[in-house]
Design a protein around this ligand. Structure first.
Ligand code: ZN
Ligand code: ZN
Ligand code: ZN
Ligand code: ZN
Length: 265
């Protein structure tokens, strides 16, 4: 992973990276900032991924380039670098391009950006136009998220953070009732327990939790928001997610049936 640039943003700094950082990337960033001379390392909060994504689309551009080939995600990323309107945004995923309609020669370009919770970055783009060659393109808001969303409150898939019905935040590492940045201080696994054999030592202040938990979605050996998770890799595959949700419902129904059956006998 590479940091593309670093700039101040409301209440902190934003680090733009060429990829979605995983927890160990985040801890490298944290260690770096804590080691800067003249800085009180307690003043440095844990880095976290931006809280929200905004979903946008670009209309008004042709589906085929001048050379007759289809416009690609790379073309879109490239022209965005040269247009002032997109100067301050960071793409959350590769842009996706479809034909405006089957017989149309125009494209619709879907793209997601990292945004603040209230979507302030999207607001600066929506309904703004820009020139590309002889074309005038416009950025539009879209409610249609072509992917499946992951809740940043309970870390389950299929609903947005705003519509989560869980009470309070859950930790994407241990599923405990706290935010990840408070995991070290609140989770049982990082507390000393002299009664255990061998006794468990407290995790040193400032170090990430070394304990492993199973992902709440796939039971794999990673955090619930890890890009290695099959749920994340299939985030644009709605059928895959529907099938998984159906399987989870069946497993739940079965275990309830077993529990009721067990009580009767
Ligand atoms: Zn939720
Ligand atoms: Zn936790
Ligand atoms: Zn721990
Ligand atoms: Zn997983």
């Amino acid at each position: 992973m590479r940091s593309e640039f670093i700039r101040p943003c409301s209440g902190g700094i934003a680090i733009i990276t060429n990829n979605v950082p995983n927890p160990s990337d985040l801890s490298i960033i944290e260690k770096y900032f804590k080691s800067v001379e003249g800085i009180n390392s307690n003043d440095i909060p844990s880095p976290r991924l931006p809280q929200s994504k905004s979903y946008l689309k670009i209309t008004g551009l042709p589906y085929l380039r001048a050379d007759g080939n289809k416009i690609t995600s790379e073309n879109v990323i490239e022209f965005m670098k040269h247009i002032d309107l997109f100067e301050d945004i960071s793409l959350a995923t590769k842009p996706r391009i479809i034909k405006a309609s089957p017989k149309s020669d125009m494209a619709i370009i879907w793209f997601d950006i990292w945004d603040t919770q209230n979507g302030s970055k999207a607001k600066l783009l929506i309904n703004h136009s820009f020139n590309l060659g002889r074309h005038i393109a416009t950025v539009r808001a879209t409610n249609m998220n072509p992917g499946v969303s992951q809740c940043h409150n309970c870390w389950k898939w299929g609903h947005s953070t705003y519509s989560c019905r869980a009470h309070g935040s859950q930790c994407q590492k241990c599923n405990g009732p706290h935010k990840l940045e408070h995991h070290r201080d609140l989770a049982w696994c990082c507390k000393a327990n002299p009664k255990l054999n061998p006794p468990r030592l407290e995790t040193a202040q400032g170090l990430p939790c070394p304990h492993s938990f199973k992902c709440i979605n796939c039971k794999g050996d990673h955090m619930a928001d890890d890009y290695k998770c099959p749920f994340w890799r299939n985030r644009f595959n709605k059928d895959w997610h529907l099938k998984k949700a159906q399987e989870a419902r069946e497993t739940r129904a079965n275990s309830i049936r077993l529990a009721i059956g067990g009580r009767k006998s």
